[in-house]
Design a protein around this ligand. Structure first.
Ligand SMILES: C[S@@+](CC[C@H](N)C(=O)[O-])C[C@H]1O[C@@H](n2cnc3c(N)ncnc32)[C@H](O)[C@@H]1O
Length: 218
């Protein structure tokens, strides 16, 4: 078992107690709106944990959409399943590095408060690119700046003290190598958001600009 999985498995039962985001529904909806989801979309919550984003993602994809909650920690996912027993949520205990085992044709992948913890980042980004449809969106987000995250992790026990969010040049290199282009980037106190889009060719599925979103806060 990887040390990261062991760490988060051990935290799963108390995660919702110790990891409270002091944010409003509007903040979460604003984040999810960046994914451009609509009724019927298929979205992956990569590193879903116990499901802090799930209500907002479910709202955005509507009854005919699907949310894949993917996490390396089965224990995190079992809490998520108990909290959200809805039919259009699939929990999948796989690592980001093996993401393509869940299939292809996804509209978007969100990686919220998780990217620094992924061991093999180049491989994970390639896997994310594989699962997305042409024009699919990939959002890495934190309610902290890169410096705030890296400083916070540095003070935590093994293995988290080694988990870092790379700098923008490195992220750009990793994303370009996997066929992404960065379409927006913010790194400021209490906010890190990197939005990338796949540049692979293929039929761009509907949903980007044409359909009315189910949930759009901003
Ligand atoms: C800091 S928690 C964030 C969880 C949730 N997004 C939240 O904000 O509450 C990071 C999550 O990423 C998961 N994780 C770590 N490495 C992973 C990997 N390589 N693939 C998939 N999930 C991973 C952990 O098990 C954990 O649930």
């Amino acid at each position: 078992m990887s040390k990261t999985k062991e760490f988060f498995d051990n935290f799963a039962a108390k995660w919702d107690e110790v990891n409270r985001y002091d944010r409003s529904d509007a903040d979460f909806r604003r984040l999810v709106a960046k994914l451009g989801l609509h009724e019927g979309s298929k979205v992956v919550d990569l590193g879903s944990g116990t499901g802090v984003l799930i209500p907002y993602l479910v709202e955005a994809v509507g009854n005919s959409g699907m949310v894949w909650a993917v996490d390396v920690s089965e224990k995190m996912l079992s809490h998520l399943s108990r909290k959200f027993p809805k039919k259009n949520i699939k929990t999948v205990p796989v690592a980001a590095e093996g993401l393509s085992s869940i299939g292809t044709g996804f509209d978007a992948v969100i990686c919220f408060s998780t990217f620094p913890h992924i061991d093999d980042k180049p491989l994970a980004i390639k896997e994310i690119s594989k699962v997305l449809k042409a024009g699919g969106r990939f959002l890495i987000a934190h309610f902290s700046s890169r410096k705030e995250i890296n400083d916070f992790h540095a003070d935590l026990p093994e293995p988290i003290c080694h988990h870092v969010l790379p700098d923008k040049d490195k992220m750009e290199e990793l994303l370009l190598n996997a066929g992404f282009k960065i379409t927006s980037f913010t790194d400021e106190p209490l906010k890190y958001e990197l939005l990338a889009v796949t540049t692979k060719s293929g039929t761009r599925d509907s949903g980007f600009g044409t359909r009315k979103p189910v949930n759009r806060d901003s």
